[in-house]
Ligand binder design. Structure first.
Ligand SMILES: Nc1nc(=O)c2c([nH]1)NC[C@@H]1CN(c3ccc(C(=O)N[C@@H](CCC(=O)O)C(=O)O)cc3)CN21
Ligand SMILES: CC(C)C(=O)C(=O)O
Ligand SMILES: [Mg+2]
Length: 283
């Protein structure tokens, strides 16, 4: 080989995080205070984690949305800690700079603080993640307090919480009208319990704005409009894999489903026609 292939450059994260080798919880706080929106994506494997890390995505969530996107389930409900540990380990191992959050699955924290801490410790011990996330506002405050008390950073998740989709009656926007006060109460509860950040999913933009103004900790929106401190999307939605009902809050930044489908069809056609493998692919 006469020329080396170019090494992809490591892009800086958002300016408040830029000079730092690794994103830490305090950097989310600095980004909020500096008014510099930060960015997160889900990731479930080493390949995407490396790409998103090098592109400067600030944090990667190894979501229980792996249930729908990797494991072949219809919901997140069947996902277990044992399902998520190897995926989280792969993501944590792959990043050089991004902050990695392990999502605690349904059934791994609801019975109380002791179960919650046990699960959080497993993720921290066995994966190399930097923080855990769990769903629920006021109802999860005791769990958050116990995990934070053990020195583990917690990202909270309020508004639409997919693990409760049957209880919530479907994928429905939370906090419309008078129920906005419920979102505010949940947001304050997780902040007081010690969460370092809070995800708000499918919440009206004006409610998310009010939460962002009232809280000291950074807010992260998934379908919560522009007036939050950071944004998060499920990577497979973002990359164009989702077919059928595409949530309104998703923007497809690529058509990887189309690209892979086309590549698979071309490969098959070339094998059938004898174009592949050519002499340069043969010994
Ligand atoms: N962040 C996130 N959470 C999810 O639960 C989720 C995803 N992403 N992406 C993939 C699937 C698909 N999901 C969804 C979620 C919402 C709608 C949806 O169409 N919602 C209505 C809101 C209805 C209302 O007005 O309350 C919409 O118009 O977006 C569709 C699929 C759930 N899943
Ligand atoms: C959508 C985000 C917030 C999530 O919890 C997941 O991907 O599992
Ligand atoms: Mg989740």
């Amino acid at each position: 080989m006469s020329e080396q292939s170019p090494v992809p450059s490591v892009h800086p994260a958002t300016p408040a995080m830029e000079s730092l080798k690794r994103v830490r919880t305090r950097h989310f706080q600095s980004a909020k205070e500096a008014g510099e929106p930060f960015t997160g994506l889900t990731s479930y494997d080493m390949l995407t984690a490396q790409i998103f890390d090098e592109a400067g995505i600030d944090f990667l969530l190894v979501g229980d949305s792996a249930g729908n996107n990797v494991l072949g389930y219809d919901t997140t409900l069947p996902v277990t800690v044992d399902d998520l540990i190897p995926l989280t380990r792969a993501v944590a191992k792959a990043v050089k700079r991004a902050f990695v959050v392990a999502d605690m699955p349904f059934g791994s924290y609801e019975t109380g603080p002791q179960e919650a801490l046990h699960t959080a410790v497993r993720f921290m011990k066995e994966t190399g993640a930097h923080a855990v996330k769990l769903e629920g506002g006021r109802r999860s405050a005791k769990q958050i307090r116990r995990i934070v008390g053990a020195g583990i950073p917690v990202m909270a998740h309020i508004g639409f919480t997919p693990q409760s989709e049957h209880g919530l009656g479907g994928h429905i926007v939370q906090g419309r009208g008078e129920s906005a006060e419920q979102i505010l109460a949940d947001a304050h509860a997780v902040q007081e319990a010690g969460a370092f950040a809070v995800v708000m999913e499918m919440v009206p933009a004006d409610v998310a704005q009010r939460v962002t103004q009232e809280l000291r900790i950074p807010t992260i929106g998934v379908g919560a409009g522009p007036h939050v401190d950071g944004q998060l999307l499920v990577w497979t939605d973002w990359a164009g894999f989702t077919t059928g009902r595409i949530p309104r809050f998703v923007k497809q930044y690529a058509d990887l489903k189309g690209a892979l489908s086309e590549a698979a069809r071309t490969y098959k056609a070339e094998v059938q026609s004898g174009v592949f493998p050519a002499p340069e692919h043969s010994f």
